[in-house]
Design a protein. Structure first.
Length: 294
């Protein structure tokens, strides 16, 4: 199977490398300024393409790993986009985090052009992408999933079929809301503890032995105790995007989103203060009142 990938960023680079090395599949990627350095991929035999349409020319399966719905829509339906040159039977696998309503529209457009569509958002981090141990939440047809499982296996530890098209993205937004919400809450609590003079190591230890224990605390602990914000390499600006997507999804369904609104407002204030490119683990520092948080 010939594989194309659009979006060779923090997550996409690891995916691309493992498709080549662990999977042994021929790979084409979109040459884009947002990519991570690609010399290693080219050295492994990957081919650079100038437009999404060129990717469609050379691929039986195309992986999308971009920021969100606007980028996915532009890549698929824009001028020189994937759909302008899509071959019949090509499978689009969207690993981005996207709005379910947009996902349904894009899936319909892909199918109208003769292709197939799976939404396959990722959980875990860029380190797991490099290691080839991502988890995917797949929405779409089981037969389409079977046809690309060998490629997906090259960069994943677990692939779960969670329902029809858009259910992968629905569950990803639910997952990220809970994950980001936990880390935002911990960041605010850690900031309050620091302001009060509580020893950060004791703060983390008390939470770890009680109801505050969990993955979010494990990931945030280095930032809380030592100030190492690099433990969770996920931009606060991207966290705000994901929370806004969750809010939109909840609004469309009529579900309660009062807590999500609070999380969104807290993160938006940090982004508006100029820290959108800080990592989310930095909230433990950025939510402090003192000048040391600057």
């Amino acid at each position: 199977m010939r594989v194309g990938i659009i979006g060779v960023g923090l997550m996409g680079h690891g995916i691309a490398k493992n498709v080549l090395v662990r999977g042994g599949f021929p790979l084409a990627f979109l040459d884009h300024p947002g990519n991570q350095p690609v010399d290693d991929l080219i050295g492994l035999g990957a081919a650079a393409c100038k437009t999404p349409g060129e990717i469609a020319d050379t691929s039986d399966m195309i992986i999308l790993c971009v920021t969100g719905s606007p980028q996915v829509e532009a890549i698929l339906t824009g001028e020189a986009g994937v759909l302008s040159r899509l071959a019949k039977g090509t499978i689009i696998v969207d690993c981005s985090t996207a709005l379910p309503e947009s996902t349904l529209r894009m899936a319909a457009a892909v199918e109208a052009a003769g292709g197939r569509f799976l939404d396959a958002p990722m959980t875990r981090t860029a380190r797991h992408a490099e290691e080839g141990t991502l988890n995917l939440l797949i929405g779409g047809d089981e037969a389409d999933l079977r046809s690309v499982r060998a490629v997906l296996a090259s960069f994943t530890e677990r692939v779960e079929h969670v329902g029809p098209v858009s259910f992968g993205h629905r569950l990803k937004l639910l997952h990220n809301y809970v994950s980001i919400g936990f880390m935002a809450l911990l960041g605010e609590a850690a900031a309050q503890a620091a302001e009060a003079g509580v020893d950060p190591a004791i703060f983390v230890d008390v939470l770890a032995k009680g109801g505050g224990a969990g993955v979010a605390l494990q990931r945030m602990a280095p930032a809380i105790v030592t100030g190492d914000g690099g433990a969770v390499p996920f931009f606060i600006g991207n966290a705000l995007k994901d929370i806004s997507y969750y809010q939109t999804m909840a609004s469309h369904s009529g579900a309660s989103k009062a807590i999500a609104d609070g999380v969104g407002a807290a993160i938006a204030a940090v982004v508006e203060s100029g820290h959108g490119q800080a990592y989310i683990s930095d909230l433990a520092r950025l939510l402090r009142k003192t000048k040391s948080a600057a």
